[in-house]
Design a binder for this molecule. Structure first.
Ligand code: ZN
Length: 178
């Protein structure tokens, strides 16, 4: 495992900073999702993308919450942006473990980062509850120029359509590969 340490996964002695840049092309890349063959997945799904033990022993877990099939479909940017606001706000009503919910640049899904290593059933329930709240929302939280960097760039309707579509596939969220 020449490049095993690049993964930083559950290292006993974490090395947060590296002194020298590597000059060779690694067989595995630093970013977990760059090692995922996106042709093999079957969206929508939820999978663990990373789990890291911090120096003091705390664990954080990162989930890949994939809405659309990579390289076949994507969410419009207004839907992505509004889902980000809505989920970030509402998920915290259900769980104190939420650290972050951020869009993927490819617009096919989001990364959800949680404190600890919760049961997958709990995580799916958190996602389901948060998306159900989104269906009942009457506005996008913080969609204004005081609280957001592009307050005009939102669509509640598009976010709700995406949430509805994802919820409709609830039974297959755990099936990551085709
Ligand atoms: Zn914003």
């Amino acid at each position: 495992m020449k490049y095993g340490k690049l993964l930083c996964r559950d290292e006993t002695r974490p090395r947060p900073f590296r002194k020298k840049a590597r000059t060779m092309t690694p067989s595995r890349m630093n970013v977990e999702s760059f090692n995922l063959d996106h042709r093999l997945v079957s969206a929508p799904y939820v999978r663990v993308a990373d789990r890291k033990t911090l120096p003091q022993g705390d664990v954080i877990t990162k989930y890949d919450v994939r809405f659309t099939q990579p390289n076949a479909g994507h969410l419009e940017m207004k839907a992505v942006h509004s889902l980000e606001h809505l989920f970030a706000e509402y998920s915290r009503n259900h769980s104190a473990a939420v650290i972050d919910f951020s869009p993927m640049g490819c617009q096919t899904g989001f990364y959800l980062i949680l404190q600890g290593d919760p049961d997958s059933a709990e995580v799916l329930e958190l996602i389901e509850s948060s998306l159900t709240d989104i269906l009942n929302a009457t506005e996008v939280p913080a969609a204004n120029e005081v609280q957001c960097g592009w307050g005009q760039n939102h669509s509640l309707e598009a976010a709700q359509d995406a949430a509805r579509g994802f919820l409709a596939q609830r039974a297959v969220w755990e099936q990551v590969f085709a």
